[in-house]
Design a protein around this ligand. Structure first.
Ligand SMILES: [Zn+2]
Length: 566
């Protein structure tokens, strides 16, 4: 038995309604309990800000395309090198670090759980191997279904139970957590040298539309009772005028009596553009947030960009090709048979570029114009919009109008005409930041029930203590202290164990991978569907028996069984 007592913590725990209360947090064997014995180890938080461990609900840190991003950027490997210290591994890379680099940097910032934004099912083994090598964070895999042939055929047949059964088998086979759709149908079309420009365009050879895929997958997700909702990267990413596609997509989302989130729209900044070309691009954040404010069943994340060099990587192959045509830099494109694809290119976001300045403003506008912080979470689509190490700066920008004005004054002079950022007064408070970085993520991902994102009794003892005295800091004027404070915790505690102290990782971790195994009646199981089995044998280059990821790939896997309504 191990016991720990965190004393004098100034706690914000939004899911339990605790706001800046000074209290003690007793921990036994990795869980938060009501009391501990006098023999417990003691950490004195000295009245500093104490939050549940941070959760990144959309980040690209593991798997084939992240790894290919590493191959493509040897110059980045020199940028972020840290030496071996005791048991700590050498790390390298700034925007596409090694897995240990990602893990240690998240730990020093107080992040303890990360959802990998896109795992191709056929390449799941590689993703799980990299999860294991991301030692300090619990990991979840968004599983790609956007161009899945069997799924599209079942959608065309309007057989939602079959769609759900395919999802269930695949998630259990590849140890995935949730349904991810990236430019649904578009990447399959790209496999034939094409793309889709509207959610009502048919996918070549399948005669289904993105709108039909999205609606069917939401239906399947709810039939299976998955912990998370459908996680969607909308069609037409990064195209001027694409806000119409985004609004049309949001209108597809059924309202389940406000009881349940049915869509997570990711990196919405990239999907909130007005105008017709790059010359007249402008912000449509107001239109997007008006829709989200009226639809409690939708949660989005910002997809904030920050200025500097980074790497973009996504399953949206055609989008990356368009971006390549603009930049003429390195480009990689990849097809995953029968399932999805991907593209990767490096980018530099510059204050000299009006388009980049408009993008920067849109991300912030989305957060500041969304009334309920549970509906707009903080993320950069790491590393697409910026490496996650920029999160503290984004927190500073959200909390301080003065900081935003100072930044705004350094941007391209046309930014004010294209965006509303300069006229927004809102300054977020500590509680709203806690929601946007942990409580909201836990709720959106359905992980609060697993003891994530809160500090109530029974919760996992994932705790971040920041060197910030909230009562003595005015974020509106002292935003530098806020930014610095969120960069390095005093203590990051993972399952009751101190893993980082004063910005240094001090012990090796032992994460868990959460995955979902939905229950499906035997007669609906795809293993008993001769048509599914035959097509699998004929079309895949891997056998159905060899497809599932073996348990050995998840040394600390945690399976969540769901009972749906199938
Ligand atoms: Zn992403």
């Amino acid at each position: 038995m191990t016991e720990l007592l965190v004393k004098n913590a100034c706690v914000i725990d939004p899911l339990n309604g605790i706001l800046l209360e000074t209290m003690d947090i007793p921990v036994r064997d990795g869980k938060i309990v009501s009391s501990v014995s006098s023999a417990a180890d003691v950490i004195d938080a000295r009245g500093c800000l104490t939050l549940p461990g941070g959760i990144d609900s959309h980040s690209h840190v593991c798997g084939t395309k992240v790894n290919f991003g590493r191959y493509m950027s040897p110059e980045d490997m020199r940028a972020g090198r840290t030496a071996r210290r005791g048991k700590m591994h050498v790390t390298s890379g700034y925007y596409v670090p090694t897995t240990f680099g990602n893990s240690y940097r998240y730990s020093t910032m107080g992040y303890t759980t990360v959802l990998e934004g896109a795992m191709a099912p056929l390449e799941a083994r590689h993703t799980h191997e990299e999860f294991t090598a991301t030692p300090h964070q619990d990991m979840l895999a968004n599983t790609l279904f956007d161009g899945n042939w069997a799924i599209m055929e079942s959608v065309r047949e309007r057989d939602f139970k079959k769609t759900a059964a395919i999802v269930a088998w695949t998630l259990a086979a590849v140890k995935g957590y949730s349904i991810k759709l990236t430019n649904p149908g578009g990447t399959e079309a790209w496999g034939w040298g094409d793309d889709l420009s509207s959610i009502h365009d048919p996918v070549p050879n399948f005669n289904v539309t993105p709108a039909e895929i999205i609606a069917a997958m939401i239906e399947a997700n709810e039939l299976l009772g998955l912990p998370h909702s459908v996680h969607l990267h909308c069609n037409n990413l990064g195209k001027p005028g694409n806000y119409r596609t985004t609004l049309e997509t949001f209108d597809l989302v059924p309202d389940k009596n406000n009881a349940r989130q049915t869509l997570y729209a990711t990196h919405v900044q990239f999907h909130a553009y007005g105008g017709t070309t790059w010359r007249d691009i402008n912000s449509k954040a107001e239109e997007i947030t008006r829709s989200v404010n009226a639809k409690p069943q939708i949660v989005m994340d910002m997809g904030q960009i920050m200025f500097g060099r980074t790497m973009t990587m996504t399953a949206d192959g055609p989008m990356e090709f368009n971006l390549y045509c603009l930049h003429h830099n390195k480009w990689s494109n990849h097809d995953v048979e029968l399932e999805t694809g991907s593209g990767i290119i490096p980018v530099l976001y510059s204050k000299k570029s009006l388009v980049n300045c408009v993008m920067w403003a849109i991300g912030l506008e989305l957060a500041l114009l969304t009334k309920d912080p549970y509906q707009c979470l903080l993320a950069t689509d790491n590393p697409n919009g910026a490496p996650f190490v920029k999160y503290p700066e984004i927190i500073g920008l959200l909390m301080s109008r003065r900081y935003r004005d100072e930044e705004f004054a350094t941007l391209h002079e046309g930014t004010g005409q294209r965006t509303a950022i300069a006229s927004i007064d809102r300054e977020m408070d500590w509680n709203e930041i806690a929601v946007m970085t942990r409580a909201g993520q836990a709720k959106a991902l359905g992980m609060a029930a697993q003891g994530k994102g809160h500090l109530g009794e029974g919760a996992e003892a994932d705790i971040a203590i920041y060197p910030i005295r909230c009562h003595a800091v005015d974020p509106a004027t002292e935003y530098r202290k806020v930014v610095e404070g969120f960069q390095k915790t005093m203590f990051t505690i993972k399952r009751g164990r101190v893993v980082a102290r004063d910005g240094e990782v001090i012990v090796e971790g032992a994460n868990s991978t959460f995955w979902v195994n939905p229950s499906v009646p035997e007669d609906l199981s795809v293993r008993n569907d001769p048509e599914f089995v035959r097509k699998f044998r004929e079309y895949y280059t891997v056998r159905m028996d060899n497809y599932p990821v073996q348990d050995v790939y998840l040394p600390r896997g945690k399976c969540i069984r769901t009972e749906g309504a199938l």
